[in-house]
Design a protein around this ligand. Structure first.
Ligand SMILES: [Zn+2]
Ligand SMILES: [Zn+2]
Length: 269
């Protein structure tokens, strides 16, 4: 199993990331991809990847931080893409959810940051790892607008997918893969969502599914009140395998192959 999106590069793991990585490996999560949300956490993801053979990094700026960009940020990111274990650009995208901490970042700034990262991914020939919350329509519109810059073959994946069937179908049509997290195990609908993630998972072809944790966030049931960690990817995988009526072994095999294909892990050091 590959955890295609987590944040061992965040402060909450600074004391015990080594233990967490070993625990994940023991549980069967043999590969972990840490994703950046700004330059500092992207740099940290690259550091971790150089420290551990089975870790990789995705570098990028989250739409939340689109209003705090300093001059030269895209050049900084571009420098990071030259590192051999950087396998994608993200998490970039759009977020129209009104957060208590910083509300909604100016959509114009979000769009500019997203578009710059789509073009960077094109120059670096890397897949995108897209963050979307409540902005599915806009994300699809932007991707279509930059269609010629999307990576041929597999353009990337949507991380922590949420939205309706139309959005899912549009993402699949563009060739993207779909990431599911621990929140798939939660009962009921998330705030401001209208389609159950379990139904989204049922509709998504197994050949397009990847598993992620978004650790330290979104722990699966029954760990909902605790810090999430990559070893819990197994719980989410077991849950979705059951939804899709396939054995855990087959689910593990196919989704691992999907992750390796998106991020071309077999061609990496
Ligand atoms: Zn995200
Ligand atoms: Zn994340």
């Amino acid at each position: 199993m590959v955890d295609v999106h987590c944040h061992l590069n965040f402060k909450s793991f600074s004391e015990d990331y080594d233990e967490i990585i070993k625990r994940a490996e023991k549980a069967g999560v043999t590969t972990i991809i840490n994703t950046g949300t700004q330059i500092s956490s992207s740099t940290r993801a690259v550091e971790l990847a150089s420290e551990y053979e089975n870790l990789y990094a995705i570098v990028g700026v989250h739409p939340h931080h689109a209003d705090k960009l300093e001059d030269g940020w895209i050049e900084e990111l571009e420098k990071l893409t030259k590192q051999p274990k950087v396998v994608g650009i993200g998490e970039c995208g759009m977020d129209f959810y009104a957060y208590a901490s910083n509300g909604i970042v100016d959509p114009k700034l979000q769009t500019e940051a997203f578009e710059a990262q789509i073009e960077l991914a094109h120059r670096a020939d890397l897949p995108l790892q897209i963050h979307n919350r409540q902005a599915g329509k806009k994300v699809i519109e932007i991707l279509k607008h930059h269609k010629n810059s999307l990576k041929t073959g597999i353009p990337g994946m949507f991380h922590c997918f949420a939205g309706n069937f139309d959005f899912l179908d549009a993402a699949l049509d563009l060739g993207f893969y779909i990431g599911f997290d621990g929140n798939t195990t939660y009962d009921g609908l998330a705030k401001e969502e209208d389609t159950d993630l379990k139904d989204i998972a049922r509709r998504t072809p197994l050949e397009r599914i990847v598993i992620e944790t978004d650790s330290p966030y979104l722990p699966p049931e029954p760990h909902r009140r605790s810090r999430n960690e990559p070893s819990y990817a197994i719980i989410t995988a077991e849950f979705i395998a059951q939804l899709k009526n396939v054995s855990f072994e087959d689910f593990d095999l196919v989704t691992t192959e999907n992750a390796r294909a998106i991020f071309q892990l077999d061609a990496r050091p």
